[in-house]
Design a protein around this ligand. Structure first.
Ligand code: AMP
Length: 131
């Protein structure tokens, strides 16, 4: 079971931003920006482009709903999307509130936000998420 499967199953704690039967969204623990969120399918597939076409499409529709909620909570120009998957072998989309293109540079130093702030951001995104 991947670490992200354990997170989606509630076996490892996470700052949950949105969830349904098929997908789960939670704050990245080492955010590039406040509100940096990961969106995963509950089904464990390593490489995002190995997902079935329908599942990949539904994942993106779910991610778009999460991105709209993030944009309501975090002042930003747009929410950027990135796919890497070099660290965790469970397909995921990064959603990152952007002020400029520099916010999408994964070589940037990561933020360390207090747990209370992470919880407050996740709660606000969840409250604005329209499933
Ligand atoms: P990548 O697989 O290269 O897309 O990177 C994996 C991302 O998952 C990184 O941005 C990590 O900070 C993030 N990450 C790893 N473990 C956790 C965790 N337990 N909770 C939240 N985010 C995580």
């Amino acid at each position: 079971m991947s670490i992200f499967s354990k997170i989606a199953a509630g076996e490892i704690p996470s700052y949950c931003c949105a969830a349904d039967d098929e997908f789960y969204a939670f704050l990245d623990i080492n955010p590039m920006a406040k509100g940096h969120t990961l969106v995963i399918p509950r089904r464990e597939v390593d490489y995002i482009f190995d997902l079935e076409d329908d599942e990949l499409a539904r994942l993106h529709v779910f991610a778009a709903r999460v991105a709209r909620a993030i944009k309501k909570v975090i002042p930003c120009v747009k929410v950027g999307e990135a796919v890497l998957g070099l660290e965790v072998p469970h397909a995921h989309i990064h959603l990152i509130p952007m002020q400029s293109e520099r916010d999408m540079l994964f070589s940037n130093p990561k933020l360390q936000l207090p747990a209370e702030e992470m919880q407050a951001v996740a709660d606000a995104i969840r409250a604005n998420f329209q499933g």
